[in-house]
Design a protein. Structure first.
Length: 182
C-alpha cells in the first residue's frame, strides 16, 4: 500500500459563493484511498459546510485566530487581558484598514499583514497546499504552510477585480502554480 499524498485546501469560509461550491464539488471527486485531505477555513461557517465529504479533515482554528476574528471589542478585551499587545495593535490596525478602504478587495489585501499575526504556521507538511480563493487564502498558503507544491486559485476576472497587483505579485512569485477561473 502506498503512502497517501497530503493535500491542504484553504478558503475563508464555505459561504454561498461559486468558489465555495466549486471546492466542495472538487472535494467529492477526490480518491481518498490515495489522498489525505485537510481543509483550513478562516471561519468554520457557510452554506456548504455540511456538504464537505466526511473523509476531509476540517482543521480546528487556533484560539488566537478565533479571537482575532471575533468582534473588535471582544478581541481587544481578550488580547489586553492576556498581555497580547502585538495582537491587540494588529487587531486595531486590521479594523482601521477595513473601515477606511471602500474597496473591500484592497482592504483584504492590505489587512493581511496584521491578520497573519493571529496565527502561527501549520505544523504539518503537505505535498500540495492550495489557496482556493484569491487574496488571504493564497497569502495564508505562502506565509503559513509548509508544502512541496503551493498553488493559488483566482476565481474572478483579476483585471476587473479591483485588487492591487503590486501586493499580489510577491505572493504569486512564491507559488508553484497559479490557476485562474473566470
Amino acid at each position: 500500500m502506498s503512502v497517501k499524498k497530503k493535500i491542504l485546501f484553504v478558503i475563508p469560509s464555505l459561504g454561498a459563493g461559486g468558489a465555495e461550491k466549486s471546492l466542495v464539488n472538487l472535494l467529492h471527486q477526490i480518491d481518498f484511498e490515495h489522498y489525505e485531505v485537510d481543509l483550513f477555513l478562516f471561519k468554520k461557517a457557510g452554506l456548504f459546510l455540511n456538504s464537505v465529504p466526511t473523509e476531509v479533515t476540517i482543521l480546528e482554528l487556533p484560539e488566537l485566530f478565533e479571537k482575532f476574528n471575533s468582534s473588535l471589542v471582544h478581541s481587544i478585551l481578550y488580547f489586553l487581558s492576556r498581555g497580547k499587545i502585538k495582537l491587540l495593535f494588529s487587531r486595531i490596525q486590521f479594523f482601521i484598514i477595513n473601515r477606511l478602504n471602500s474597496n473591500s478587495a484592497i482592504a483584504e489585501q492590505k489587512s493581511w499583514k496584521y491578520y497573519q499575526h493571529s496565527i502561527k504556521g501549520l505544523e504539518k507538511k503537505y505535498d500540495a497546499a492550495i489557496g482556493f480563493l484569491e487574496k488571504s487564502a493564497i497569502y495564508f498558503v505562502v506565509d503559513k504552510v509548509k508544502a512541496t507544491n503551493k498553488l493559488g486559485w483566482i476565481h474572478t476576472n483579476y483585471a476587473t477585480s479591483g485588487m492591487n497587483p503590486a501586493i499580489d505579485s510577491r505572493y504569486f512569485k512564491q507559488l508553484n502554480h497559479l490557476v485562474t477561473v473566470s
